[in-house]
Ligand binder design. Sequence first.
Ligand SMILES: [Zn+2]
Length: 343
Amino acid sequence: MKTFFAEEQERHDPKSFLSSGAPKPNPEVPERTTRLLAGAKAAGCSIERPKSHGLRPIAAIHTSEYIEFLQRIYARWRLIDGSSAEVIPNIHPIDRHGTYPASAVGQAGYHMADTSCPISEFTWESACWSAWTAISAADDVQAGASSAYALCRPPGHHAFADVAGGFCFFNNSAIAAQRLVKSGSRVAILDVDLHHGNGTQGIFYRRSDVLTVSIHADPVRFYPFFWGHADERGEGAGLGSNLNLPLERKSGDEQFLAALSAACRRVEAFAPDTLVVALGLDAFEGDPFGGLSVTTDGFARIGEAIAELRLPTVIVQEGGYICDALSDNLTSFLGGFSAKHSI
Ligand SMILES: [Zn+2]
């Protein structure tokens, strides 16, 4: 399997992060890609540089005003007297029916859901390459590869069509899925990150042509709080095309694999041509977020179960934070997947 990776993704280097109101170092650090790249190599992947794809495939998912915001906000922010070193919002609209703000501060609040996605000098460049990495992997599968791994950073699944959040700017999994849809493929997205894929859900919530399924820690007391509950099933034409499988905190391999079995049955019923896996490794028992208790061996079993769907598969990296086993967890997932995957 090819791994797609661009070094430009390492230039985004967020410093700050508020957790339960307390300032903390941002855990979405460039070192993640070093660890993940080592994990992909250990699984036998060849490394390939993605192509740049311009803004058109990104604009198939994200609004033009949001794309322009991400491109220009850092330079505009620096012109504000006394502004912070990174773009961080301090005011948000309580609903989105008011006037679109003209000011940098107003737009930051409009387009950024929380404080975990600070924007600095190189955020735009890294976010574009992250999206292009996912697109290149999707194109590889569309061209006939049975699977491809997109080593994306920053991650994407918390980004909505016009809102950043949870370390995410462009929704790489959604962009990859839309790329495949445009090529005539019927697509399901299976999100196994610790956190609910709220941005992905939001993007496809009223669509019936893309199935979104997410397994995650119960958001009742966990990020992203407002989404990820079992009764969110889609709306309008999309009703029934979204499945959330929240797990109790600290659930381990057996509970995760039972939910994955239900997820895979739903994917099979949808009968997609191509699968996009939003691969978070932060469900790991030793991940700093500590939400679930999946083991390193558990990731191999998750990979095996997904492989048994026998679908062309684009694997898109989402979360998974610095811990001793981060590389091994990726190797374990890719190894389990590759051992069982055939189409
Ligand atoms: Zn996560």
